[in-house]
Design a binder for this molecule. Sequence first.
Ligand SMILES: Cc1cc2nc3c(=O)[nH]c(=O)nc-3n(C[C@H](O)[C@H](O)[C@H](O)COP(=O)(O)OP(=O)(O)OC[C@H]3O[C@@H](n4cnc5c(N)ncnc54)[C@H](O)[C@@H]3O)c2cc1C
Length: 397
Amino acid sequence: MDRDADVIISGAGPAGTMAAYHLQKSGFSTLILEKSTFPRYKVCGAGLTHKILSLFPFDINPVIHTTVHSFRFSSGFADVFTRSSELPLMYCTMRDELDAYLLDKALEAGARVMTSEKVSSVEQDSDGIHVRTGKGEYRALYLIGADGASSLVARTFGLNKHIEWGMAWEAEVRSTTEMIDRYKDTVFLDWGSFPGGYAWIFPKKDHFSIGIGGPAHMARRMPGYYADFIAGCGIPVVETISNRSHPLPVRTRAATFHSGRVLVTGDAAGLTDALTGEGIYWAVKSGIIASDVLKDRMEGKISDLAAFSLRINAEIIPEMMEAVNISALFNTLPLKIHHWVRNSDRVWKAFGKVLRGERSFADVPLAFGKWRFLWKPVCLLASVISKQKEKQFMRHA
Ligand SMILES: Cc1cc2nc3c(=O)[nH]c(=O)nc-3n(C[C@H](O)[C@H](O)[C@H](O)COP(=O)(O)OP(=O)(O)OC[C@H]3O[C@@H](n4cnc5c(N)ncnc54)[C@H](O)[C@@H]3O)c2cc1C
């Protein structure tokens, strides 16, 4: 079969570019088809937890705006406290910069990219993959769907089942120089007053990204919560540069992430977590796993791509499932947990360790020692209570 590349990648977000980077480094050719022109704005808080650094084989400092050492917590805009860490917890960037930087790394590694090429249909047969865009047709041996939350690739191959939907809303906001300077290493987090969701402020070099997220069925309450948050957070808004919402695909159980010659990664696979909405780390990680598995397949070490689903289910889904559990527990006892974070050094340090990748969500049940056998039933009960709270909250809308 004549082909344009060994692997076509639909989408140049972090999942797609990191898959391309690693495939190129392993000697396989890639063609990235991206519907936008780069750099492009992306609705995203663009907060990177420290653990992501271990996934990049290069320095991402050139696109880091701020390094976060402190969290300013509030619950319902009250009961405010700040906790700090000597070690960095998070980094804030802007997605137009981060994604263009990662794309450059893929290009330097030899990837081809065609922007303003929206993939409109994909087919596979025993010879390979056939991709159409508004401008042309392309062929390859394999296809990676890295085309985000509304993934055409996932829909085409039925890989979008069992995804729960969140919604997040985000604004880029200018404030005073004094505020930008004062809070340049601080993330604001308001939790506990919007069931299943929270509000955040991420500091950027010359503005703040302010957002809220929660279950999609509660989206109509978000504008009110956002307005209250802006009024109560203590950051004066000088100008709102943009203000948009976007879906968050949340995977809550094991699934199939491949179909024949096709894999889905990142948001296309539903890999944002239910607790924080973090997705960039999982996009990069799943892109790397996709490149590993395709490399093994093209070197003839494995006979199909089932290893991809196995690895996502073993290396990512357990964290997604614990995120659901912790989120349910948090929704049931928000004030208790708020106070634990304030009063217990152990809990605050554990929070930091999760952000730094020294601990994971899967370690949380272990903290309950001999009582950890109760973790699953308690979380199950919490999820019932949590759903009830969401319903009540919506009834009072
Ligand atoms: C408001 C909000 C705030 C968030 N904040 C954070 C945060 O602070 N930290 C964090 O870790 N995560 C955050 N997330 C989640 C994060 O944005 C995503 O999980 C992440 O972008 C997923 O990366 P990706 O590469 O899978 O997909 P994307 O980044 O969505 O990239 C997909 C790419 O595919 C392209 N594309 C789509 N369709 C086609 C097509 N048909 N043909 C060709 N190209 C196509 C798109 O243009 C895009 O460039 C947030 C999400 C939202 C909505």
